[in-house]
Design a protein around this ligand. Structure first.
Ligand code: EPZ
Length: 422
């Protein structure tokens, strides 16, 4: 297994850039099941989860080509298989995103229950309830579920809680359903709106994305389009937090500042000065790093996907802070590893109290999930001495070329096959 070897402390300086959003690319790739061949998607991020999704869709029968600029073209839009292989489905939660489009266009799908991962049980009850409300039959078979409908019908769906992929599945199920669908208490994340923009370009009739309620008028079928994936706001936030922790000065290009308002507020509270332009944000953190208390919320609140990274920042800030995780029931797996590096963190249920320390110490740490890996890399950039991050397959799921980007900003970080800690 590869490891990342990081020597700290460092001070990040220079310019970097943000790739296309993982959490936008995944639903849009699933949505290509609904589109005609010839559809082109630009800005596909080079990530493990994305290649897994492309493999999963290709196994079903879809055919894609990708050029050296990471633009993907749908060469053939059809399926010969109605049940993807278990190993691919279980490799990531986002496999559930094929549910809506497969039943909408091909009438059925049999899919494994996506595994829960380190951050929580990750049930799919809201997805299945929504499909049955749109007329689908839902049959549980051991650890698979078979969902089928000759033709989905529009319905009023009131989500009992906001679910990002649940909202995305509902939209993809509704765009070619019979009649009108109204979705209430929907997720307002920018990635949901990006999916809607993509589907509208293909002929879908969708209004209200970004608000509490989305209305969709079903059409017979979708055509093709050309679309560019929005920038990854979580990668941008991770890079900005890394600069703040290392008291650095960096400029992040190709990002979407509109999607980062809650993050900017926290970074300014932490003492950073920000220069925000149309598609770039520059951060200068030469002053004292102040702790920031956060409660994770649905968009536009503080994203749960940056909770671990802010905790790493608070671990070396000058004072006490409180972090409350309200979205997932088990998203503090990074705490144990941060404490091994010398962080002073105590847990009470879904709340963490962090006492900032003067410095962390480098050591061998193990990643448990994607964003926990990012937090450990950030902590290692500040820690004294060498850190070895094991199980880095987690980081490769959500960050493309992380070591190149951080090295270019002055970090000492390199990937090692089977690095032996002497
Ligand atoms: C999406 O996951 C993201 N993944 C996650 O990013 C992100 O953390 C999450 O939204 C919250 O913003 C993708 O978009 C591919 P949810 P999703 O359904 O859709 C509960 C990352 O690091 N729930 O919005 O799976 C659920 O357990 C990943 O990039 C049900 O109870 O999350 C959670 O407590 C991690 N039943 C809450 O809702 C359901 O049927 C929100 O989950 C569905 C969800």
């Amino acid at each position: 297994m590869h490891q990342l070897v990081i020597n700290g402390p460092c001070q990040l300086k220079g310019e970097t850039w943000v790739s296309g959003s993982k959490n936008s690319a995944l639903p849009i790739l699933a949505a290509t099941l609904l589109c005609e061949k010839g559809t082109i998607v630009h800005g596909i991020p080079h990530l493990k989860d994305v290649t897994s999704m492309i493999s999963l869709l290709s196994t079903l029968g879809m055919v894609y080509s990708i050029d050296d600029k990471l633009s993907l073209t749908v060469e053939k839009s059809n399926v010969t298989l109605l049940s993807p292989p278990s190993d691919l489905v279980k490799s990531m939660r986002a496999s559930i995103l094929i549910l809506g489009p497969m039943v909408s266009r091909f009438g059925e799908v049999t899919i494994d229950m996506p595994g829960g991962c380190a951050i929580g049980a990750r049930p799919i009850n809201l997805h299945l309830d929504m499909m049955s409300k749109m007329g689908a039959s839902v049959v549980m078979m051991d650890d698979k579920v078979h969902v089928s409908a000759p033709k989905l019908t529009g319905a009023i769906i009131n989500f009992e809680k906001q679910t990002v992929t649940g909202t995305e599945n509902a939209i993809m199920a509704a765009v070619c359903a019979e009649g009108k669908t109204v979705l209430n208490n929907v997720a307002k994340e920018p990635e949901v709106s990006d999916l809607c923009d993509f589907l509208r370009k293909c002929g879908a009739k969708i209004t209200g994305d970004g608000t509490e309620s989305i209305t969709i008028d079903g059409v017979d079928c979708l055509g093709s389009c050309e679309h560019r994936i929005v920038p990854d706001r979580i990668e941008a936030g991770t890079l900005l937090i890394a600069a703040a922790m290392t008291k650095g000065t960096i400029k992040v290009n190709d990002c979407e500042p509109m999607h980062l308002q809650s993050v900017f507020k926290l970074l300014e509270q932490a003492g950073a000065s920000l220069d925000i332009k149309d598609k770039t944000v520059a951060i200068d953190m030469t002053g004292d790093l102040k702790p920031v208390s956060i409660t994770t919320e649905v968009y536009p609140g503080v994203p749960t996907d940056l909770q671990a990274q802010f905790m790493a920042m608070n671990a070396v800030a000058n004072g006490q802070s409180l972090i409350e995780e309200t979205i997932f029931e088990n998203r503090f797996k990074h705490v144990g590893e941060l404490k091994r590096m010398g962080a002073d963190i105590s847990l009470q249920g879904n709340k963490a109290t962090i006492e900032g320390v003067e410095k962390l110490k480098g050591c061998v740490v193990k990643a448990t999930d994607l964003r926990a890996s990012a937090a450990l890399i950030l902590a290692a950039l500040c820690a004294e001495g060498e850190s070895v991050l094991e199980s880095i397959h987690h980081i490769d799921r959500g960050y493309s070329n992380i070591e190149e980007k951080l090295s270019a900003l002055g970090a000492s970080i390199r990937r090692h096959p089977n690095y032996m800690v002497l």
